[in-house]
Design a protein around this ligand. Structure first.
Ligand code: ATP
Ligand code: MG
Length: 548
């Protein structure tokens, strides 16, 4: 969508604009609240673009809050990667915060509710609690511990905090209504006992707040105006509001949008971790992963991911986005920025029999066609070159316009001369080893005097081409909507070790993308070193999305 096009507001923008009218002079504050239990994926990018994007658009700010209330699954490695990924996407936060910073405050809030007769310590077992909950069609029943006197609850909760009970011996529950139509309101758990080391608070705590008792209160402490989350939290909203109301604290408000689902991949951190642990992929940043670091390594740019998030919009109902839209966005971005180079993935030698044996001449290749400021680079043309094996066919089908034994058939070598078949040599297996051609000296691109018409231009690399390993990727799953039971696509990675690149590619830097003429977009991989160049295929040239 172009900048000049008037875009209608999404439903969250409407909510924000209404809020701003009602709160003149006030600024919105949003937050992005990842749980540091894995690397961020493209779904998180949607949430990041939404939260940071709203703040940017309306002159507010966004906090980065690590939702680290579960001590066992969290790790500093994840915290670092999350920071890096948010920055890489182009966003900066107002404050970096941790839900664990609020453990003291949350504890005091819990005591406040106990003292108001709105929370109690419950020694029922998990099975008994589940039983008491009832079902969506049947009301629940009260716990036998529901009417413990306030003073005793105060004392018991303190004992919980002091480590006097074993894991699971008791919980703290809010005293709401066991017959409530919303199951989340049937005396939900507030705290559980877990004698576990926490990556930030160490061994200070052996009780940890549940998500519902931590999230809204953290929002409120930070004075978040718009707490935006995904649809599965709709049934939690009533409880979110209940805690805020009964604690009498800053009224943050929760708004829900549909999570991003993408076909041919899975997007839960838990499952992505499983793929990493089982060695299905090489790591969180395997270029086939839907993680931000995987996409980065694959050659995706921050702008292309932001554009994708913008195009999918903010929906109120779940749907699945076609991965080809993501591919469309990166292709569109690279089209205007990637230098064009030539690479041959399956080389066959081409000998130009009427070309002087010793001389070579410079061929100039536009870095970006139509963009003069992007400049040109040079390539050496000579008697021996490499072309793509599939660009020569001994016995071509009808409609094949590339090089073929027909002596009247002509093709152009891109940026260079028109050539014509002479003969060819096979190797001992009957595979074409060398193709011999004649060139037309007066047909050089840009100064062609030959008057010969050609239908096809072939890519080629000079004799001095450099070898490279090329990693070609396909979808991680062949199934359109994979589940955690689906088997990954065994041919999602194909490694080509035969490829030859034009020498200009020796200057490649990680993160810089190239268009390999006729083949697609590629970028240098971090596995490259002085000994070998490794390139990842980001995406092909053909756009299947805009055709839909
Ligand atoms: P996962 O199930 O992949 O672990 P999560 O929701 O548990 O995801 P969190 O770290 O809790 O991950 O998420 C941080 C924020 O990102 C939350 O506000 C969450 O709603 C949002 N988010 C996560 N996945 C998606 C998604 N697919 N689309 C949009 N937002 C998402
Ligand atoms: Mg989560």
């Amino acid at each position: 969508m172009s900048n000049t096009e008037e875009k209608s507001l999404n439903f969250i923008e409407e909510i924000v604009e209404k809020w701003m009218e009602e709160h003149p002079g006030k600024k919105i504050l949003t937050r992005f609240p990842p749980e540091p239990n894995g690397y961020l994926h493209i779904g998180h990018a949607k949430s990041i673009c939404l939260n940071f994007g709203l703040a940017k658009k309306y002159g507010g700010a966004t906090n980065l809050r690590f939702d680290d209330t579960n001590p066992v699954k969290e790790d500093v490695e994840y915290v670092d990667s999350i920071r890096e990924d948010v920055r890489w996407l182009g966003f900066d936060w107002k404050q970096e915060l941790y839900a664990s910073d609020y453990f003291d405050q949350l504890y005091n809030y819990a005591v406040q509710l106990i003292k108001a007769g709105k929370a109690y310590v419950d020694f029922s077992s998990p099975e008994e609690i589940a039983q008491q909950k009832g079902s969506p069609t049947e009301p629940g029943t009260n716990s036998p511990f529901r009417d413990t006197p306030v003073d005793e609850n105060v004392m018991l909760f303190e004992k919980m905090k002091n480590g006097e009970f074993a894991d699971g011996a008791c919980t703290l529950r809010a005293k709401i209504d066991m017959t409530h139509v919303n199951m989340h309101m049937r005396d939900p758990l507030m705290y559980r006992i877990k004698h576990a080391h926490h990556h930030r608070t160490g061994d200070k705590w052996c009780i940890y707040p549940m998500y519902d008792f931590a999230h809204g209160q953290s929002d409120s402490i930070e004075q978040i105006t718009h707490s935006i989350c995904t649809l599965e939290f709709v049934p939690h909203r009533e409880l979110y509001d209940w805690y805020i109301e009964h604690l009498g604290i800053f009224p943050s408000r929760q708004y829900e949008f549909a999570r991003l689902n993408l076909n041919y991949t899975v997007m839960s951190k838990r499952y992505l971790l499983k793929l990493v642990n089982e060695g299905v992929v090489s790591g969180w940043d395997d270029p086939r992963m839907p993680t931000i670091c995987g996409l980065r390594r694959r050659g995706y740019t921050p702008a292309s991911i932001r554009e994708f998030c913008d195009r999918i919009g903010v929906a109120k109902r779940e749907n699945t986005i076609d991965v080809s839209l993501l591919e469309f966005c990166i292709r569109q971005d690279l089209e205007n920025s990637a230098h064009r180079v030539m690479a041959v993935l399956d080389p066959v030698k081409l000998v130009i029999v009427n070309y002087d044996d010793i001389s070579t001449e410079a061929i100039f290749c536009e870095n970006i066609p139509g963009n003069e400021t992007a400049g040109v680079h040079e390539m050496a043309f000579g008697r021996e070159l490499w072309i793509e094996r599939e660009d020569f066919m001994v016995d071509p089908p009808k409609g094949y316009f590339r090089l073929q034994p027909d002596p009247d058939h002509v093709v152009r070598l891109k940026y260079a001369y028109i050539i014509q078949y002479v003969d060819h040599i096979n190797d001992e297996n009957g595979l074409v080893k060398e193709v011999h051609v004649r060139y037309h000296p007066d047909s050089k691109s840009g100064q062609d005097q030959s008057g010969i018409k050609v239908k096809t231009a072939l890519h080629w690399v000079p004799k001095q081409a450099i070898p490279a390993e090329i990693r070609l990727y396909d979808r991680l799953f062949s199934e359109e909507n994979p589940t955690t039971e689906s088997t990954p696509n065994p041919s999602s990675l194909i490694i080509n070790r035969e490829a030859l690149l034009e020498p200009y590619c020796a200057n490649a830097e990680p993160g810089k993308s190239y268009q390999f003429f006729r083949l697609g977009y590629f970028c240098l991989d971090k596995d490259s070193d002085g000994q070998k160049l490794v390139f990842n295929k980001t995406v092909g040239l053909k756009d299947t999305f805009s055709k839909k």
